[in-house]
Design a protein around this ligand. Structure first.
Ligand SMILES: [Zn+2]
Length: 340
């Protein structure tokens, strides 16, 4: 009995020693004007370039991850900073701004948004209020989101904001508002800031209307937005997703070849093997498409087709449980529409 108690106490002490410091580090709250952020908020550098990024967690935005589910990054030039996406709450945007300020005091010259979805844009408010109101640039297709209902069957600004005020309170509340782009572009746009050449390319509608990627020529870095996912299952399950266009976009990125050394995806980890990321995303879409096309052709109902498909090569990837079935269903519907 005594032995049992002793072992029990030793285990508790061991757990305290091993567990507490880590837990404390993970839950250290950093105050922002928009609520405290307790999420680990590491800044990564791309190789030895002046390009930096932050990686969100896998999963749906909720009170546990505080909405920190997407990636964002920035490029430091001699004139100032170009930001690409700004994370999913004003508080996270503010944390990102703090991280930028640890690297440079230069002004924020421009913010480019990959696509207007809540997990990538809610940080804009913090930049507008605390970084000298920098201009926000996005593709013209994003105006459907901010304009409300005009043909948007998927995510639209007002509905999503109402949902996030519940799911992400207090980080998203009645003071949170949608910042619309100050400038839009059409097919592509090139510009130079502080000696760095940037190229924006519209690849949508792939994952969403307005999908754009940003190539930073000087450093061979591509910010992929949600057209590219690093080491996880992509999200195709939206009425706005256009798989055909998505594949064309991936082919375009593959064609850039050695111009792209690194890919910072919209979700998931960075890759220094750009072609591998493209191939993984493409292979996944093709695999689901092939399986669902056969099922539609043989008139197999979706549930049965899904159960009969061998998912073993993907089932251990992050976001499989959350996204795979919905993705397959979306593609099944697309194949059905093609057939009839
Ligand atoms: Zn996203």
């Amino acid at each position: 009995m005594l032995k049992k108690i002793l072992i029990g106490s030793l285990l508790t002490i061991a757990a305290l020693y091993l567990g507490t410091p880590l837990a404390a580090a993970e839950t250290r709250a950093v105050e922002t004007p928009y609520g405290a952020v307790t999420q680990p908020f590491k800044l990564h550098q791309v190789g030895d370039t002046p390009v930096y990024y932050i990686v969100g967690k896998s999963g749906v935005p909720d009170a546990v991850n505080e909405g920190h589910t997407s990636n964002a990054g920035f490029v430091v030039t001699s004139e100032g900073v170009v930001v690409f996406d700004v994370l999913g709450t004003p508080a996270l945007g503010y944390r990102m701004l703090q991280r930028i300020r640890e690297v440079t005091e230069l002004p924020i010259k421009l913010i480019v948004i990959s696509h207007y979805h809540a997990d990538h844009i809610y940080g804009l408010q913090a930049f507008k209020q605390h970084a000298g109101d920098p201009p926000v640039l996005a593709h013209r297709g994003t105006l459907g989101y901010v304009g409300g209902s005009s043909g948007s069957q998927g995510e639209d600004a007002e509905r999503r904001l109402a949902q996030r005020r519940e799911a992400l309170f207090p980080w998203v509340d009645e003071n949170t508002y949608i910042v619309v782009p100050d400038q839009v572009f059409d097919d592509d746009k090139q510009f130079r800031i502080g000696g760095v050449d940037f190229e924006l390319k519209y690849l949508g509608p792939a994952h969403a209307p307005g999908d754009a990627v940003m190539l930073v020529h000087n450093y061979g870095v591509l910010f992929g937005g949600d057209v590219l996912y690093g080491g996880r299952i992509p999200f195709l399950d939206s009425p706005e997703t256009d798989v055909g266009k998505w594949m064309e976009g991936l082919a375009y990125i593959a064609g850039l070849k050695e111009q792209v050394r690194y890919i910072v995806p919209g979700h998931g980890s960075l890759s220094d093997n750009a072609q591998e990321v493209v191939n993984t995303t493409r292979d996944y879409i093709l695999y689901v498409q092939a399986a669902m096309a056969v099922a539609v052709k043989e008139m197999v109902p979706f549930d049965e087709a899904y159960e009969n498909t061998d998912w073993s090569r993907y089932e251990n990837m992050p976001a499989f449980a959350a996204s795979n079935r919905g993705n397959a269903y979306r593609i099944y519907l697309e194949e059905e529409a093609k057939a009839f």
